[in-house]
Design a protein around this ligand. Sequence first.
Ligand code: HEC
Length: 145
Amino acid sequence: MTSNNMLPKAGTLRRVQGVLLILSAILLAQCEENTYRIGERVYKANCANCHMDNGEGLGELIPPIANSDYLKNNRDKLACIVRYGLKDTIMVNGKQYSEQMAGIKLEDVALVNLLNYIGHSWGNDLKPYTLEEVRTMLGQCATQQ
Ligand code: HEC
């Protein structure tokens, strides 16, 4: 009977596994939290002067990013829009906009963090972007510009 005590019991193993699972969940959450904060800084430094801190835009001139149906319907074009700009007449949440947005040069990683920030702020709920995916998207628009 005493020799059995030398081996970890199944219950102990399960507890250890449980603790490890919780620890990795915490680490992952912190990691996501940090990239979200980095994205927020990139947004404030490059976008907020036009689209405002809370993404609501500015009157007739600057479309909102907050709760934007355009964002939702054009998820796969956003990387190219930010990098190369947009010069079009577009509808955002039922209103028409036709001013021009110049492209904004950001490192690929900063762009991913930015897209994930706007995609998960102010009521937006976009599928998260990966670096690989954003690079593929950029490769496709670079050939069209
Ligand atoms: C100088 C002002 C200005 C800045 C800075 C700017 N934008 Fe824009 N943005 C605009 C305008 C104007 C449009 C509409 C363009 C059009 O109608 O073709 C627009 C359109 C958009 C759209 C598509 C429409 C919508 O609201 O969903 C997105 C997304 C967007 N901008 C994101 C960004 C992001 C992200 C940044 C920062 C990296 C940024 N913009 C910086 C002026 C700006």
